[in-house]
Design a protein around this ligand. Sequence first.
Ligand SMILES: Cc1cc2nc3c(=O)[nH]c(=O)nc-3n(C[C@H](O)[C@H](O)[C@H](O)COP(=O)(O)OP(=O)(O)OC[C@H]3O[C@@H](n4cnc5c(N)ncnc54)[C@H](O)[C@@H]3O)c2cc1C
Length: 417
Amino acid sequence: MNRYDVVVIGGGPAGVAAADAADKQGASVFLIEREARLGGILKQCIHDGFGLIRFKEKLSGPEYVERYIDMLKETKVEYVTLTFVCDIQKIDEKYILSLVNRKGISQIEAKTIVLATGCRERTAKQVFIQGTRPAGVFTAGTAQYHVNILGKMPAKKCVILGSGDIGLIMARRLTLEGAEVEGVYEIKPSPSGLTRNIAQCLNDYDIPLYLSHTVTRVFGEDRLEAVEVAKVDEKMCPIKGTERVIKCDALILSVGLIPENEVADSLDIPLDWRTKGAIVDQTLMTMRDGIFSCGNALHVNDLVDYVSEGAEIAGENAALYSQKKRALIDIEIDNRFLYIVPQKIDINAPIDKIKVYFRSKDDLDDVNLSVYIDNRKFRTKRFSHLRPPEMESMLFNLANENLSEQSKIKFCIEDRK
Ligand SMILES: Cc1cc2nc3c(=O)[nH]c(=O)nc-3n(C[C@H](O)[C@H](O)[C@H](O)COP(=O)(O)OP(=O)(O)OC[C@H]3O[C@@H](n4cnc5c(N)ncnc54)[C@H](O)[C@@H]3O)c2cc1C
């Protein structure tokens, strides 16, 4: 059985960056990808806008990830594709992974594992749409795969439910390819996607966005023929009398992404109910020693540049892992946060460069993010806007603080006025 210091599961942008970072620390690294090619979901994201932070350039998804794959090919990292991790067992201080591929089942041994398994899209079943089950109801990612990879049009006239970024990008893509996008319907009173995508994908193409609206029914036997949309009240319940039937042959769903954590579940790794990803400390180690998590498997990132940044932290720490006992402090947050990652700080690990990523629950203007240590204000950072679709981050140094396991760290979002 081959033995590695670090085994990375998932060959998307997170997995590739984590493997690269672990190799730079001198670890022996093995990367496993279930699809035929490395690159993850970015293989089908042929629009531009990737890499503005990382490379200060506007790249397409494949161009962005290719740069990392090229770097990986210069390293000693071994990788396999068309291989699926189906089981992980902990035996003494090591992990035994069972892999399945066309050659059959094999096993490898790992000192540490980095989970970089990405996310999946919410489906029609998870948003409870009434009616028949005709063909023509796609998630935005499936529609993107049809258009960009298979070269096939999934719709002539469609309605998009949800204003997540992938739905917005598909509204533009389908319009450019000749389909009619009747409108984007969002149940919440504000859009879920980035402001730049609302401007560039909807406004520039005169595609209407209907806020506080949802799809209540679908019609059609073999193929979708129409959908019913309605306004919703402040409790997101459809308002009687506002229903409208729209003839169309496709309903595209962009109703959220969920971190893919089946492998984490099989290891009983505690998950955060807010992010649906693993609970981690600042080294991105989960609550199981030696198992790290990064990318969209950890929390759904808005920009791939942040995915690469976090993955490098996970890969580097996996390579440097020692079995030193952890001393963990919870990071508490007030109720204006949607979530924060990491959720814990290990005071036995380096605490001089802690990077937290967070989202606010609501749209907020002119606020301070304040960090309190034992009720004393330690640091404040001003934000002119916080928007739930836009992830924010903050870097801080706790090395000069006299922290113990009893210390309390709390993050608060405070109005400036
Ligand atoms: C449809 C879709 C479109 C998107 N479009 C954009 C966009 O336009 N711009 C943007 O910034 N972000 C976009 N995102 C977000 C995007 O997911 C991230 O930016 C980035 O791709 C996340 O990288 P990742 O490596 O964490 O996940 P992924 O890119 O999803 O990679 C995860 C990889 O893990 C592999 N894997 C999973 N489980 C296993 C297993 N058990 N064994 C082996 N391999 C496994 C998968 O096959 C996959 O290749 C999109 C996401 C989706 C779902």
